[in-house]
Design a protein around this ligand. Structure first.
Ligand SMILES: Nc1nc2c(ncn2[C@@H]2O[C@H](COP(=O)(O)OP(=O)(O)O)[C@@H](O)[C@H]2O)c(=O)[nH]1
Ligand SMILES: [Mg+2]
Length: 225
């Protein structure tokens, strides 16, 4: 008979190490008075568009920067930099999420001590980024109207991990191009995450964006004071 095979659950070990590093990073950033926010969504939900709107409204009040993450491109960082906000691009070279070590590399290349607010645009997907704590003070998911109101049923972990949900592209609701049901979405979300803060806005028209930035500004002040 063969010897019993030793089983090592690599993923669990990696996640436990990452969780510890994330906790330490969160504490360090609190002492340093830098608010780190992690934006997650599927590709195309509007992360970069919302970042352009958000940084535009907040950059007079906060010293801010953006860490962009993509598997293999720098187009998003270029869009942000063109708008006048400091941006760096992390290329994950195939990885479908950011972990703390990668975020730390991004922070190292920014002068974190001089910044009040740093946004992470995580790699676009609704699975892996939900599994890895980045050390951010706030995790935010963006769901866009064309993706449908059934996503809480399909990606419950993402909805359970986030502190806020932004429903983007609400300009579609005024057209016949969608059957998205906002109250059904809310009902589905509440089953997973009762306290989740929900914003609905359009990064295209700007509708609802100020409600989001006012709330975020308050969070940053609370954290950094
Ligand atoms: N109609 C509409 N289109 C949007 C809105 N926000 C983003 N888009 C478009 O959606 C596409 C993907 O947006 P992008 O910000 O690059 O998404 P990301 O991949 O999540 O960063 C672009 O063509 C945007 O112009 C919105 O609120 N309404
Ligand atoms: Mg983007």
């Amino acid at each position: 008979m063969r010897d019993a095979v030793k089983l090592i659950k690599v993923k669990e070990d990696i996640q436990a190490d990452n969780d510890l590093l994330a906790q330490r990073l969160r504490e360090r950033l609190r002492e340093q008075k830098t608010f780190l926010i992690n934006l997650m969504s599927s590709p195309g939900a509007g992360k970069t568009s919302l970042l352009l709107q958000t940084t535009g409204l907040m950059k007079d009040d906060f010293r801010l920067a953006v860490i962009e993450a993509d598997i293999d491109s720098s187009v998003d960082a270029e869009r942000i930099a063109e708008s006048g906000t400091t941006a760096i691009q992390l290329q994950t070279d195939g990885f479908c999420h950011l972990d703390v070590a990668m975020v730390q590399q991004g922070l190292d290349s920014l002068d974190g001590n001089e910044l009040d607010l740093i946004f992470i645009e995580n790699v676009g997907n609704l699975v892996c980024p939900a599994e890895f704590d980045t050390g951010a003070a706030l995790d935010v998911m963006i769901l866009s109207v064309p993706e449908g109101d059934d996503k809480p049923l399909k990606y419950p972990l993402m909805f359970s991990k986030c502190h806020a949900l932004i429903v983007n592209k609400i300009d579609y609701l005024e057209t016949s191009l969608t059957d998205f049901d906002m109250s059904l979405l809310e009902k589905r979300v509440r089953k997973i995450n009762k306290g989740l803060k929900i914003f609905s806005l359009s990064s295209r028209t700007g509708e609802g964006v100020k409600t989001w930035t006012d709330w975020l500004s308050k969070k940053v002040h609370e954290h950094n004071s």
